[in-house]
Design a binder for this molecule. Structure first.
Ligand code: ADP
Ligand code: MG
Length: 370
C-alpha cells in the first residue's frame, strides 16, 4: 500500500537546486506535413510549476521532447537560463524526466536505477550510493532500495522514477503524464507529493496532463493547449473564472452548454443578460458555457424537473431537465436535497459566460464533462 509508506518530511539537502528560467519562443515542430507545435511561446520562472494541459494529440509530449532535446525543432528558440540550447544535446541540458509508463530498468534494483545517472556521470561509488539513498528516502522509499521493479506497485515505481530524475540535481524537471497509469487514490497522493518535493527543491517543472483537475490542483500556472497552440496561460483561478476562449471554458472545469442569444454584446440566457467573457463577437445565436455553480435552485424562476442528485461530500450536484427537454447540471450546498421528480425553479446568478456561435448542429444544453 502506497499510503502506508512513511514520507520524508525534510528534503535531502544535496538535492536542492537553483531553478532555471525556461523560455520557448515561437517554437515550431513539424512531423512531415503535420504541424505538431505551431509557434509556442512560454516563459517559465525559476522554481515555477507549469502544467501543460490539453486533449490527446494537442502536442504536449512534443513540447516536452523539444524542451529536452529529444526532438529537434523546425523553428523558434528554446532558451534555458539565458542560453539558447539548440546545439546542446539532451544529456547536457541538465533536465530530469519522468514518463507515463514505468520506465525503470527491470534488471536493476531501485537503488541501481536511481544511481544510474550518477554512474553515467562517473560519480564515485560511495557518493553515488549515498545520494541515491537520499533520493529514495525523499520519495518515501528508503527501505525499498533492493527491490526490483516487479516487486513495486505502480505508484512506487513512479516514485523511483522521480528519484532517478532528481538525483542528478537537474535544473529542470519534465513530467509526461506521470500519474495516468495509476489508480485514483494513488494519483492524488503522488500528485500532492510531487508538488511538495518540487516546492522544497525549488526545481523549475513542466508537468504534462490531459486531466484538468490534476493540472488545476498542482500547478502555479496552467497552459491550455489545442492543436499545437497554447490557447491560454494563467493561474488556475484565472483559467476558471476568465477563460479566454470557449475551448478553455469547456475544457477547464464543468460547464453546461446552453442555447442562448448574443445581443448588444450581452449573452441572453433564458431571459437573463450575462456579460461575455473573452473577445467581443457579433450578435446572433450562440452556445453559452454556464458553470454548474452559477445556477441556483430557488422558489421562482426557470421551471425544471429534477432528474438526479448526488452527494459529493462538501457539495451536491443535481441534474435537472427544462421544459424544452434540455439538461442542466447545478452545484449547490448539501442542505438542499432535491429528489428525482421534484419540480424546482432555477435562477442564473449572473456570472459572465463564454460563448461560441451556434450552428444548426451544435450540441446545446448538455453537460460537457460528467
Ligand atoms: P499529446 O502528447 O498532446 O497527446 P503529441 O505531442 O504526442 O500529443 O502529438 C502531437 C501530434 O503530433 C499528434 O497528432 C501526433 O499524432 C503527432 N506525432 C507525434 N509524434 C509523432 C511522430 N514521431 N511522427 C509523426 N507524428 C507524430
Ligand atoms: Mg503525450
Amino acid at each position: 500500500m502506497t499510503s502506508s509508506i512513511p514520507i520524508a518530511t525534510t528534503i535531502a539537502p544535496s538535492l536542492a537546486t537553483e531553478g532555471a528560467t525556461v523560455e520557448l519562443i515561437g517554437v515550431v515542430k513539424d512531423y512531415g506535413s503535420h504541424r505538431a507545435l505551431n509557434s509556442i511561446d512560454l516563459s517559465i520562472k525559476p522554481g515555477e510549476f507549469i502544467a501543460l494541459l490539453g486533449p490527446s494529440g494537442c502536442g504536449k509530449t512534443t513540447a516536452l521532447r523539444a524542451l529536452s532535446g529529444l526532438e529537434t525543432v523546425n523553428g523558434g528558440r528554446i532558451v534555458i537560463d539565458g542560453v539558447d540550447v539548440a546545439d546542446v544535446p539532451t544529456n547536457k541540458r541538465d533536465i530530469g524526466m519522468v514518463f507515463q509508463s514505468y520506465s525503470l530498468f527491470p534488471h536493476m534494483t531501485s537503488l541501481e536505477n536511481v544511481e544510474f545517472g550518477l554512474r553515467m556521470r562517473k560519480v564515485p561509488a560511495d557518493e553515488r550510493r549515498a545520494r541515491a539513498l537520499e533520493a529514495l528516502e525523499m520519495v518515501g522509499l528508503g527501505t525499498f532500495a533492493e527491490r526490483f521493479a516487479h516487486q513495486l506497485s505502480g505508484g512506487q515505481q513512479q516514485r523511483v522514477a522521480l528519484a532517478r530524475a532528481l538525483v542528478t540535481r537537474p535544473r529542470v524537471l519534465l513530467l509526461d503524464e506521470p500519474l495516468s497509469a495509476l489508480d485514483a487514490k494513488v494519483r492524488v497522493s503522488l500528485r500532492d507529493e510531487i508538488r511538495r518535493i518540487q516546492t522544497e527543491l525549488g526545481i523549475t517543472t513542466v508537468f504534462v496532463t490531459h486531466d484538468q483537475e490534476e493540472a488545476l490542483a498542482v500547478a502555479d500556472r496552467v497552459a491550455v493547449m489545442k492543436d499545437g497552440v497554447i490557447e491560454q496561460i494563467g493561474t488556475p483561478e484565472e483559467l476558471y473564472t476568465t477563460p479566454a476562449t470557449p475551448f478553455v471554458a469547456d475544457f477547464v472545469g464543468l460547464s453546461n452548454r446552453v442555447s442562448a442569444e448574443l445581443s448588444g454584446g450581452k449573452v441572453v440566457v433564458h431571459g437573463k443578460k450575462l456579460d461575455l467573457l473573452g473577445a467581443p463577437q457579433p450578435d446572433g445565436p450562440v452556445t453559452a458555457y454556464v458553470r454548474p455553480e452559477d445556477i441556483a435552485i430557488e422558489g421562482k424562476g426557470i421551471p425544471a424537473t429534477v432528474v438526479a442528485s448526488s452527494f459529493l461530500g462538501s457539495l451536491r450536484r443535481t441534474q435537472v431537465v427544462l421544459d424544452d427537454g434540455s439538461l442542466l447540471s447545478i452545484q449547490h450546498d448539501v442542505d438542499t436535497r432535491p429528489q428525482p421528480g421534484d419540480a424546482v425553479f432555477l435562477r442564473l446568478k449572473g456570472a459572465p459566460v463564454s460563448a461560441v456561435p451556434r450552428t444548426v448542429n451544435a450540441p446545446v444544453s448538455e453537460v460537457a464533462v460528467p
